[in-house]
Design a protein around this ligand. Structure first.
Ligand SMILES: Nc1ncnc2c1ncn2[C@@H]1O[C@H](COP(=O)(O)OP(=O)(O)O)[C@@H](O)[C@H]1O
Ligand SMILES: [Mg+2]
Length: 379
């Protein structure tokens, strides 16, 4: 008999703590006064406070204004010693000049809160879509990406920048909206700290050949076995689709996500055995419903060679250790100036330029609540 799975509701999660107010270095009114002091008579029309940046929108009707605003932005940045003050010209729907300033005390975004925020909250997203919650953008909108359309994803950032936090947010959010018959996750976590939460989850499935439960992968040998298995599955699916003249995997077919945390460690120990099967999954896995998420703390051109990077157009750049790491992950400097703890830049689909985003904070009890929900059902 085919098992019928029920999705969890938001109240399985522990109630998040009360939000602490975030702080800004300057208010909208102070900014208007400062601009006036420089002979720029702008009217403040709107303020938007996102988790890490506040944006101040001013009325502007001449081309010159953006240049002046640009100078002011640079001045504020240098005077107040904050990175990332920017003047942005907005022409649609109305012409405005926007000055964006990083907050001195950012807001913590709690996972359970973000699941219910926005015009189309994550918890109401419909199946067979496999939604993943990445974070909250500069306009306070949740960034939700459908796994089925997501290109392979690269996560880069220094130690404690929030890479594992993002991985938990992705796994837990998918598990809030997708049943185990539609999704299987392989998590290769060399240190074993993060994946231990997911032991015995029905999402990690059963090995079809041995009938043994698949455990999160904790070592290289298991990773190599999984890579072979997934390559085999990829080829089978491709053959089937060819035979049926299908270009896309049918919507209800199970999606598979392979997550490799600490890619640099994996490559240091087993580049020769991992590189080829991983490269072929990256090149051809997506159309067969196999998606790869790679995270690395020590980005270097050696670990992330050109092919690998080109096959991961979805990029999340968390705080980088220095300019050169930022260059490897993001192709330009800037990530080294981010605030850490899930403050990041993301590039995906239509957002190819990159937008600033805050990853939600997923607590250990959030993960346990989601896991217990599924374990109970699997019994
Ligand atoms: N999105 C977040 N919001 C708030 N704090 C976070 C967030 N992500 C991480 N942190 C904090 O930073 C610490 C390190 O995060 P972690 O995800 O383990 O980093 P990494 O895997 O990059 O080393 C966490 O223990 C947590 O305290
Ligand atoms: Mg980590």
């Amino acid at each position: 008999m085919v098992k019928k799975w029920a999705l969890p509701t938001i109240d399985i999660l522990p109630k998040p703590p009360q939000k602490q107010p975030a702080e800004d270095i300057i208010s909208g009114h102070e900014m208007t006064r400062m601009l006036l002091g420089r002979g720029i008579d702008y009217t403040l029309v709107k303020e938007v406070h996102a988790p890490q940046v506040s944006k101040y929108y001013f009325d502007s009707d001449s081309d010159e204004h953006i240049e002046k605003a640009d100078k002011i932005a640079k001045l504020i940045g240098t005077r107040m010693k904050i990175f990332g003050v920017q003047a942005i010209e907005q022409r649609k729907p109305i012409s405005h000049v926007c000055i964006s300033i990083p907050r001195t005390k950012p807001e913590i975004v709690y996972f359970a809160d973000l699941l219910t925020e926005g015009e189309k909250p994550f918890v109401e997203s419909a199946s067979p879509y496999v939604p993943m919650l990445f974070g909250k953008d500069e306009n306070n909108k949740p960034v939700i990406i459908d796994l089925r359309t997501m290109t392979h994803c690269l996560i880069g950032g220094t130690t404690k920048s929030g890479k594992s936090g993002l991985i938990h947010a992705k796994i837990c959010s998918m598990k809030m909206r997708t049943t185990p018959d539609k999704l299987q996750i392989f998590f290769c976590d060399f240190k074993g700290n993060d994946s231990s939460f997911y032991k015995d989850s029905p999402f990690f499935g059963v090995d079809e050949e041995t009938r043994k439960p698949l455990q999160p992968i904790t070592c290289l040998i298991e990773l190599v076995i999984r890579l072979r298995l997934l390559n085999k599955l990829m080829e089978e699916r491709a053959r089937e689709m060819n035979a049926k003249g299908q270009r896309e995997l049918p919507a209800n077919e199970k999606r598979i996500v392979l997550i490799i945390d600490e890619l640099a460690d994996v490559m240091a120990k087993g580049k020769t055995v991992v590189e080829t099967p991983l490269a072929s999954l990256l090149a051809k896995g997506r159309s067969a419903g196999i998606h790869v998420i790679l995270a690395t703390q020590r980005p270097s051109a050696k670990v992330l060679d050109g092919d690998l990077k080109n096959n991961c157009p979805t990029v999340v750049g968390l705080k980088a250790a220095n300019k050169s790491s930022s260059g490897v992950i993001w192709d330009e400097p800037g990530l080294e100036k981010l605030l850490g703890r899930g403050d990041c830049m993301i590039r995906y689909d239509e957002e190819t330029e990159g937008i600033r985003m805050q990853v939600p904070y997923v607590s250990d009890s959030d993960i346990e609540a989601v896991m217990n929900f599924w374990k109970e059902q699997a019994k």
